[in-house]
Design a protein around this ligand. Structure first.
Ligand code: SF4
Length: 457
């Protein structure tokens, strides 16, 4: 929030809650999101997701009108479900809501139960509801809340098996989910990954044959079996228990929960790899040990340049947490840490854990505030999504675009920062940006600082 104005947020550092819900639902096999909302909300979300991933993104809407707002939108929602089934024939429909639907207090669960009975659809289709009003949180909260709803609806008692559960955190790209799968393959182990949009939001080219719902995504039949897994690794250290999908599985089915940060940077990657090794009682493969050694070697090489870095890091809390740790362990000072979420744990944890102490935390903030304070604090690099381009335009602070959403560059769906090798590549990007910035103003600074003085003598 910009403190110079009362209750005004100028370019908020967040998107809205159903955006995260739609991403989570896209990670389910043969699924579609139906928003109980007026049309603009679904259009806004579709546009952002399609631009970032460069994939078609269908989100249906019940198209609430003035009449439905006054008298209730149950009939509209039922009609929308019928149309969605006719057009897409999905196995799963995730119903999310907007500010309007929640404000008028629609009883979605009752409407859906009635619909299932009226149309004789019991056991023929999965329809679940996740309440995601924009004022209830950001896309980060919408994502975890919807994943929690998925596990509450579909995990059932099942036999024990040798897989683990991995709850993918917000925000990972499709390439990063594939990187996790690759890591499991190197270890020779298996997991039920939820949600898995590694294919649905980065689909291969299939020629002219267009699929309305792309292949891939977590199968409901696998979600049912998450209760029999060896353990759950949840990528999210800033969630409270009531919002945690893994905590639900632990409380109801007794599956041990481990919460880890997004495995970006050395220590965060170590935590993931050591835990895999511990749960499956397997040695860390040589290939991974060597990648770690190479990463440390690279960290040493670039440390002398990184020491000049003064960073603003902004975005969703879990991503900001891991990027701040990566910067800190490489000598880049995380001068400003900002998020649009109202997440108090982010500050609490980072204040304790980071070596650099002179940090300005901005919680539930906007880009107007981030920009002004970045300027005051002599920030020379920013890390975050495309919405921070104003930092470059207004204050000449170079921006490394990372996370969701990146709409003014290509490749957001292919971004990969996970584990040692890709953390190194990401760190190289930061170091090279600092170097480029330094050399572009190097001569000018030298002239101002030294030669001008000499001429005056
Ligand atoms: S903030 Fe509310 S009204 Fe605006 S797009 Fe999000 S859900 Fe819709």
């Amino acid at each position: 929030m910009n403190k110079n104005y009362v209750d005004v947020n100028i370019n908020p550092c967040k998107m809205c809650m159903p955006m995260g819900g739609a991403l989570a639902i896209k990670g389910l096999e043969n699924s579609i999101t139906l928003m109980h909302s007026s049309q603009g909300c679904s259009t806004y979300i579709r546009r952002h997701i399609a631009q970032h991933f460069n994939e078609p993104m269908d989100i249906a809407s019940s198209s609430l009108t003035e009449e439905a707002t006054v008298y209730g939108g149950g009939n509209k929602l039922k009609k929308a479900i019928t149309n969605v089934i006719k057009v897409y024939n999905p196995k799963t429909i995730g119903i999310t809501t907007s500010c309007l639907a929640e404000t008028i207090g629609e009883d979605i669960e009752r409407i859906v139960s009635e619909y299932i009975v009226e149309n004789n659809l019991k056991d023929k289709i999965n329809i679940f509801y996740s309440g995601t009003p924009g004022y209830g949180g950001t896309e980060n909260e919408g994502y975890y809340y919807t994943v929690r709803k998925i596990v509450e609806n579909y995990v059932k008692p099942s036999k024990k098996h040798n897989k683990i559960n991995i709850i993918t955190g917000y925000f990972l790209s499709p390439a990063e989910i594939r990187e996790i799968k690759n890591m499991l393959k190197i270890f020779g182990v298996e997991a039920i990954i939820l949600p898995d949009y590694s294919e649905t939001l980065d689909a291969p080219y299939y020629g002219k044959k267009y699929k309305r719902i792309p292949s891939g995504g977590t199968k409901i039949i696998d979600i049912e079996k998450m209760s029999g897994s060896l353990a759950t690794i949840e990528l999210g250290v800033l969630l409270d228990d009531k919002k945690s999908p893994g905590k639900y599985i632990e409380d109801i089915f007794g599956v041990k929960l481990y919460r880890l940060p997004l495995p970006i940077g050395l220590k965060n990657s170590d935590k993931f790899i050591k835990l895999l090794s511990k749960i499956f009682n397997k040695q860390i493969p040589k290939e991974i040990v060597n990648e770690r050694r190479r990463y440390i070697d690279g960290m040493i090489d670039s440390h002398k340049y990184n020491g000049e870095g003064r960073a603003t890091i902004y975005g969703s809390p879990e991503m900001v947490y891991s990027l701040a740790k990566l910067c800190d362990e490489n000598g880049i000072k995380p001068v400003i840490i900002a998020t649009g979420s109202e997440n108090k744990l982010l500050q609490e944890k980072l204040e304790k854990e980071l070596k650099y102490k002179n940090i300005k935390f901005l919680i539930d903030t906007d880009f107007e505030t981030i920009g002004k304070i970045s300027k005051e604090k002599n920030v020379n690099i920013a890390l975050g999504n495309s919405d921070g381009k104003y930092l470059t335009e207004n204050y000449k602070i170079p921006l490394i675009r990372t996370g969701f959403h990146v709409h003014d560059r290509v490749g957001g769906q292919r971004e990969n920062r996970l584990f040692y090798k890709e953390s190194m590549n990401f760190l190289d990007k930061i170091t090279n940006c600092l170097l480029e910035n330094k050399y572009s103003v190097y001569r000018e600074k030298m002239y101002k600082n030294y030669f001008l003085e000499e001429e005056l003598l």
